[in-house]
Write a protein that binds this ligand. Structure first.
Ligand SMILES: Cc1ncc(COP(=O)(O)O)c(C=O)c1O
Length: 438
């Protein structure tokens, strides 16, 4: 570390999702960012292979976004959204509605993916109550799903290590089986062929709880946090059909897949589906100001508002529709629209896929999978030391000037949609060398 860094006290900040003791004994810092690069405090350039944390889809520190935020900060820093409004929030909601799939009609703003998810789950129950079905309270997630760190999102999530310290969680929750089937789908390019029938797990949940009890199903169209789990061909379509048949709301958690990541504006478009709700965050402001939204198909807002007496949905956040976030979001949308970033991602995806799969024969690689600009390399864990192999690769890549993401023994890659092919070469060159060094 540099002299300047050793002067910083590391203890006070309890860092999120971090092995604090290990990190603080060997900290890695980022100090600046521009385009697809970070810079460390010592001035080392780091190629960002994961768009920050799946969020900086248009590249870092875009001048249009920087300028919009600073202009708004000087004009009106904050305004309340409870029984008061400010034009930029309405303007952004309308722009977002036009950017979103056609069937989306309303937008509820929050500040993080976790909040967008908890909002969606609450709206699902409120909607059924308003619609005369108050017993529809069961929320269905999926094994290995990740829906943020709120109590609702943790409960419907399917990552057991995230739950053990916090039980009991929210009642009336059930889970579908994971779609991750290494035995049959190993090294799939794009969507795996096997596993559409796993959607029928919803029929099992329905028969266990009763058809009239299921409020909603929430899934990530492609799971990110669990290590890029791509849905088998036909799976999401089958899930959507079962939901429709039984009056169950389908929520797509598009916190990662939204804003071009899969080569379409949203996963809903990529798969040609019309989920009742979509949760979005991350790419919404290009990671620049915390913001999230829950997008609703027509009919949900109207039903809840019509049934309400006074404040129809006692829910929201001090910073819902924050002016700085709206300014950042408007500038971000303009970049996506003028540069058609989702088409850029679609054009880059085949090269990304080829280069990713070229690492399939590297030592200890047990799977490679991808969709759009999401990719993963899964490694055989060292006996009894889960995650250690990927940790070593992560460090080696960082030393060589590349930022990747690891979860357990899976390496995840998600370059910005503005990556160039030669930057992909650097990314995969460094990851490949790190893999060979094991
Ligand atoms: C699918 C999904 N949902 C929700 C979240 C939570 O978002 P946040 O960390 O902004 O609360 C994440 C974060 O990675 C995510 O990937």
């Amino acid at each position: 570390m540099t002299q300047a860094q050793t002067d910083i006290a590391l203890e006070p900040w309890w860092m999120p999702f971090t092995a604090n003791a290990a990190y603080k004994s060997d900290p890695r810092m980022l100090a600046k960012a521009s385009g697809v690069y970070y810079e460390t405090p010592e001035g080392r350039r780091i190629l960002d292979g994961v768009s920050g944390l799946w969020c900086v889809n248009a590249g870092h520190c875009r001048p249009e976004i920087v300028e919009a935020i600073s202009r708004q900060a000087a004009e009106m820093d904050y305004a309340p959204s409870f029984q008061m409004g400010h034009p930029i929030a309405f303007e952004f909601a309308e722009r977002l509605r036009s950017f979103a799939p056609d069937h989306i009609e309303n937008v509820f703003f929050s500040n993080s993916g976790s909040e967008a998810v908890d909002t969606a789950l609450k709206i699902a129950r409120a909607y059924h109550r308003a619609n005369g079905e108050p017993d529809r309270t069961v929320l269905v997630g999926r094994e290995r799903g990740y829906h943020g760190a709120g109590f609702g999102g943790t409960a419907v999530g399917g990552l057991d290590p995230h739950k053990v310290a916090f039980t009991p969680l929210v009642p009336d929750v059930a889970h579908l089986p994971t779609t991750h089937g290494l035995e049959v789908n190993r090294f799939s390019r794009g969507q795996p062929q096997h596993g559409a029938e796993l959607a029928d797990g919803l029929e099992t949940v329905i028969s266990e709880h009763g058809e009239s009890r299921i409020a909603a199903v929430i899934v990530e169209p492609v799971s990110g946090a669990a290590g890029v789990l791509v849905p088998p061909v036909g799976y999401l379509e089958r899930l959507a059909a079962i939901c429709k048949e039984h009056g169950i709301l389908l929520i797509f958690d598009e916190v990662i897949t939204g804003f071009g990541r899969l080569g379409a504006r949203f996963a809903a478009e990529r798969f040609g589906l019309r989920p009742d709700m979509m949760t979005i965050a991350k790419g919404l402001t290009n990671g620049s100001v915390p913001m999230a939204a829950t997008l609703l198909r027509g009919g949900i807002y109207d039903t809840v508002v019509a049934a309400g007496d006074g404040i129809e949905l006692p829910h929201g956040y001090t910073y819902s529709g924050h002016p700085l976030a709206c300014a950042a979001g408007l500038a971000t949308l303009s970049i996506h629209e003028s540069e058609r970033l989702w088409e850029r991602a679609a054009a880059l995806a085949p090269a990304f896929e080829d280069k990713l799969h070229s690492l399939a024969s590297a030592p200890h690689v047990i799977d490679v999978r991808n969709l759009g600009l999401m990719g993963a390399i899964e490694l055989d864990p060292i006996d009894g030391r889960l995650g250690e192999r990927a940790q070593a690769i992560f460090r080696r890549c960082f030393e060589a000037g590349v930022l990747i993401r690891i979860t357990g023994d899976t390496i995840a890659l998600a370059p910005a949609l503005v990556f160039e092919e030669d930057q992909l070469d650097v990314l995969f060159g460094v990851v490949g060398e790190a893999l060979e060094s094991q």
